[in-house]
Design a protein around this ligand. Structure first.
Ligand code: SF4
Length: 241
């Protein structure tokens, strides 16, 4: 197999793995005949795209269009208690995307991610690796604040997740920093604790995933500072590769 053919084969396997994994994340446990045919048709499209020199993840929509599709969303019960949807902000060309769990009280009020005390800490963490907030993209797994900052529930995560996936498909970051248990478990499809997940590199949609503690947990547990700093240094090394 020549290098070109091997590369195309790798692209097909990567794209197919991403597609099947996304379907699993969206709740598909087993494949029906129709779904199998859909995958077959996806493979054909991927092969056509690859022959035409494109990656299937070269999506034709923008972040603005994903936001428009989300609209004044009432797809899950979190819509009932929110003030503002917190879609995300930052560079659409970011190499590094931070994904948190859900908006908190202040984020809900202003409609922007990570603007409270945890947000200020995240800004300092970003600056510590010689970047600015404008250089990265920041969002959450769910876009509306859970009442009283409770954990997002599985049905809420499942309903909102397609929009995070689309954001990541548009941005195609080299690295995703999963902030805290929910972001890491959702992206990696695992129930492992964040303390065992952090310190390692994973993959999601051809991006490297580096989980670390959520800045809000770090405020409550300053003894985790060293681990978060190690995770940030890992991200810095990956960005320099
Ligand atoms: S959390 Fe997501 S799915 Fe639920 S209402 Fe808000 S935007 Fe819609």
């Amino acid at each position: 197999m020549g290098n070109d053919t091997l590369e195309k084969f790798r692209d097909i396997v990567n794209d197919l793995t991403t597609y099947v994994r996304n379907q699993h994340l969206l709740g598909m446990e087993s494949l029906s005949t129709a779904e199998t045919e859909e995958i077959g048709s996806k493979i054909e499209t991927m092969m056509e795209n690859i022959s035409a020199g494109k990656r299937s993840s070269d999506v034709s929509f923008s972040l603005e269009e994903v936001g428009q599709e989300l609209g004044d969303c009432t797809r899950c019960k979190l819509s009932g208690s929110r003030t503002n949807i917190v879609f995300g902000e930052g560079s659409p060309n970011a190499s590094l995307v931070f994904v948190g769990e859900a908006p908190g009280r202040e984020e809900n009020l202003v409609g922007k991610p990570f603007v409270g005390e945890a947000g200020k800490l995240l800004t300092r963490i970003i600056q510590a690796i010689d970047l600015k907030r404008e250089d990265v993209y920041i969002t959450n797994v769910v876009k509306c604040r859970p009442p009283n900052n409770r954990d997002p529930q599985p049905d809420e995560i499942k309903t909102c997740l397609p929009f995070l996936i689309k954001q990541l498909q548009v941005i195609r970051p080299r690295i995703i920093c999963a902030l805290g248990r929910f972001a890491a478990q959702t992206l990696l499809g695992t129930t492992e604790k964040i303390s065992s997940l952090r310190g390692n590199i994973y993959e999601f949609q051809n991006s490297k995933v580096v989980p670390t503690f959520h800045p809000a947990s770090l405020l409550r547990n300053p003894q985790w500072k060293r681990q978060v700093w190690e995770d940030m240094q890992l991200i810095q090394r990956l960005l320099e590769e």
